[in-house]
Design a protein around this ligand. Structure first.
Ligand code: PLP
Length: 362
């Protein structure tokens, strides 16, 4: 009798699958044509998210990438400049869409290890009036910060960044793909984390486990532009209530449990820190994302990843000697023990099989 081992997938929280409650809600969802603004389930989701974010309005979009795109293109015109981090998702993993599709000029500044930007550098990067310069219109931040190990931005920092932006006539957009994780980790309502922002994009298809979708929130005036932009980039959906229904279940049932993902990430980090050949600072793990380095001679990140895959554990390499693990709804504490055992096994026995392609996953 063949025994099938369950694959432990720590590649991302984007791999999460809808819960039975979501599937039921999807099947029973009230729907209408959302382009006409007639889908009651989408409208309900948009109103709830706007209220949660302390903002006037919101629009449902198919992805976080589109959420960020329509936000940037609603704040900036062609040739305008956006200041963001050199490790921001918008800069690294969205194909330069805001530049390619909207002609927005990105001005990157180095992200600090904690995901912030040095506000003095931001202030110095804001262009003055000069015919040689683009006009700086937007500051974009990310909370939690994916490439900076799921670190949270504090309210004090975001408030200060917002004040700096507004004092200089800029808008502040927050890529809040994992804002729910930041809110749970900081013990604050999500609306408080974006109080200083002009717009935010939040995802439901990551730690919250919904199959599809993000929501962008902001003022009525901003939303009038964003809704038009959504249509222009092909994001106007019809009976999208079927998808929005799962997002409403996620809001009711999947936010608080993110604390379990955070605890499992800390459990994994402290276990990895005990393994010779692995370097990680467990104190730096605040939410569900962790990066660790493999420093065992002759063992690369890709080889460790492939060795783990051969043992039913999926963790992606993100650099020659670095890997990223992301805990999620499908991973329990017992799985963490299995993962640690698999890592130790590869460290002890090495790996000489085919290397994983190792996409630099989001
Ligand atoms: C910080 C951040 N922003 C935006 C996105 C884009 O979301 P999506 O995959 O829904 O386009 C991701 C994806 O993982 C992300 O990590």
């Amino acid at each position: 009798m063949t025994t099938t081992h369950r694959v432990i997938d720590l590649r991302s929280d984007t791999v999460t699958k809808p819960t039975p409650a979501m599937r039921l809600a999807m099947a029973e969802a009230e729907v209408g044509d959302d382009v006409y603004g007639e889908d009651p389930t989408v409208l309900k989701l948009e109103q709830r998210v706007a209220a949660l974010m302390g903002m006037e309005a919101a629009v449902y979009v198919p992805s976080g990438t589109m959420g960020n795109l329509i936000a940037v293109l609603s704040h900036c015109g062609r040739g305008d400049e956006m200041i963001l981090g050199d490790r921001a998702h918008i800069f690294l993993y969205e194909q330069g869409g805001s530049a390619a599709l909207g002609g927005v000029h990105p001005h990157t500044l180095p992200n600090q290890l904690d995901g912030t930007l040095d506000l003095m550098q931001v202030e110095n990067a804001i262009r003055s009036e000069n015919v040689h310069y683009p006009v700086t219109r937007l500051l974009a931040l990310e909370n939690t910060h994916n490439r900076c190990g799921g670190r949270t931005l504090t309210v004090e920092y975001v408030d200060a960044a917002g004040a700096l932006a507004h004092d200089n006539g800029l808008k502040l957009h927050i890529d809040g793909a994992r804002l729910w994780n930041a809110a749970v980790a900081l013990g604050l309502p999500p609306g408080r984390l974006v109080a200083a922002a002009d717009s935010v994009s939040v995802c439901f298809s990551k730690g919250l486990g919904a199959p599809v979708g993000s929501v962008v929130a902001g003022s009525h005036e901003f939303m009038r532009k964003a809704r038009r932009m959504r249509k222009q980039v092909g994001g106007g959906m019809r009976q999208a209530g079927i998808l929005a229904a799962a997002c409403l279940v996620a809001l009711d049932q999947m936010v608080d449990r993110l604390a379990e993902d955070h605890a499992n990430a800390r459990l994994l980090a402290s276990g990895l820190a005990l393994l010779p050949g692995i370097v990680i600072d467990p104190e730096a793990v605040e939410t569900n994302i962790l990066y660790f380095d493999v420093v065992q001679p002759g063992l690369t990140g890709a080889a460790l990843s492939a060795g783990l895959a051969a043992r039913g554990v999926l963790i992606n390499p993100t650099a020659p000697q670095q890997l990223r693990a992301v805990t999620n709804y499908h991973i329990g504490a017992a799985d963490i023990e299995t993962v640690l055992g698999a890592v130790e096994d590869v460290l002890n026995t090495g790996y000489s099989g085919a290397l994983s392609t190792g996409h630099l996953y989001r």
